[in-house]
Write a protein that binds this ligand. Structure first.
Ligand code: CUA
Length: 351
């Protein structure tokens, strides 16, 4: 008897623990105490993430009620009808064919499922049917192994790994509509605080939109396994107040700076095959395979978030990219220390 009670208690505790994990896991932050790196879906700061959260909470609430009712009945039955000393070993009375009970457990779940379908469909339709207003910013995001190419065809801007968008403030709605394409394998575009995941599939164009209201930097990542460095295919969305966004766009539209303070580095860069993969606008470097470097120094990170964009990291990256991102497709150009320093000096003119 005693042993059986212990077992029931242990099972109940395990259940409670698992439930608590499920409920609270979403609130665990990547770096404890550091609110900058939060990527929680429970703190949406944009449509459609907001609407998705509301739908999820409604679904969770309905499921929680069902869980409590079912688990409660189960616990009640376990306790109320447990084996007692002196019980006969005979079978309890068997109940067959109760129309009321059968109707109840058929009709009620159908109604619940119907409500869930309607709620979900309404959310999906709201998000998918949204038409781009004339004020919308249009961007194309291309997934590559393992970085993000970002183009603004109407603004004539090409950049990488940082999607800059305006905030929709009190003055009006200015959402950003994204076309998602892949240059190689399947990826998935996910910035948890802004929107749900959207797959990025070769030979197909998927569409999505975001409309953040609060300026700031939002972290995201590739959410579909795409090879060795899938985990370091990170993404930042920088949300600017509208006038600041216009300033950013003006700067990005400029050709590369004609700063001639690093002539040796420039020479090394153009004498090597760097130019086959990278574009620097206004120069003969027009490669399309790797990220556009025209305004490299305006970006906060290197190699799609693998390292902060500092002089030391830039040096390490050019000397041996595999040291920062094992498996990445940028080759080691076998430059000497002196050449590496020269190239770094040149790249740092690309503001
Ligand atoms: Cu791209 Cu995972």
């Amino acid at each position: 008897m005693r042993i059986r009670h212990h077992k029931i208690l242990r099972t109940l505790l395990l259940f409670a623990f698992a439930f608590a994990c499920v409920v609270f896991a979403g609130h665990v932050e990547p770096v404890l105490g550091n609110t900058d790196g939060v990527t929680s879906i429970f703190r949406p700061l944009s449509q459609p993430a907001q609407e998705i959260k509301e739908t999820s909470f409604l679904v969770l609430a309905i499921c929680a009620v069902i869980f409590v009712v079912v688990a409660g009945l189960l616990v009640y039955a376990l306790v109320r009808f447990r084996h007692r000393a002196g019980d006969e070993a005979s079978e309890p009375p068997q109940v067959y064919g109760s129309n009321q009970i059968e109707l109840a457990w058929t009709v009620l779940p159908i109604l619940i499922v119907f409500v869930l379908i309607l709620v979900t469909t309404r959310t999906i339709a709201d998000i998918q049917n949204r038409k781009a207003p004339s004020t919308a910013v249009q961007a194309t995001v291309v997934g590559h192994q393992w970085w993000w190419e970002i183009r603004y065809p109407e603004l004539g801007i090409v950049t990488a790994n940082e999607l800059h968008v305006p905030a929709s403030d009190g003055r009006g709605s200015q959402p950003t509509f994204l076309k998602l394409q892949s240059a190689d394998v399947a990826h998935s575009f996910w910035v948890p605080q802004l929107a749900g995941k959207t797959d990025v599939i070769p030979n197909r164009e998927n569409l999505m939109w975001i409309e953040p209201t609060k300026p700031g930097t939002y972290l995201g990542n590739c959410a579909e396994y795409c090879g060795t460095q899938h985990a370091r295919m990170l993404l930042r969305v920088v949300v600017h107040p509208p006038d600041e966004f216009e300033r950013w766009a003006k700067e990005q539209q400029q050709s590369a700076s004609a700063d001639s303070s690093a002539p040796e580095g420039r020479k090394v860069f153009f004498a090597n095959s760097c130019v086959n993969c990278h574009t620097i606008s206004g120069t003969s470097a027009q490669g399309k395979f790797g990220p556009d470097l025209t305004h490299l120094m305006s970006r906060a990170v290197l190699a799609s978030g693998a390292a902060p964009n500092t002089t030391d990291n830039l040096r390490l990256w050019i000397r041996d990219p595999q040291k920062i991102k094992l498996g990445c497709l940028m080759p080691n150009m076998q430059l000497t220390d002196e050449e590496v320093n020269q190239v770094v000096a040149y790249l740092q003119t690309l503001k």
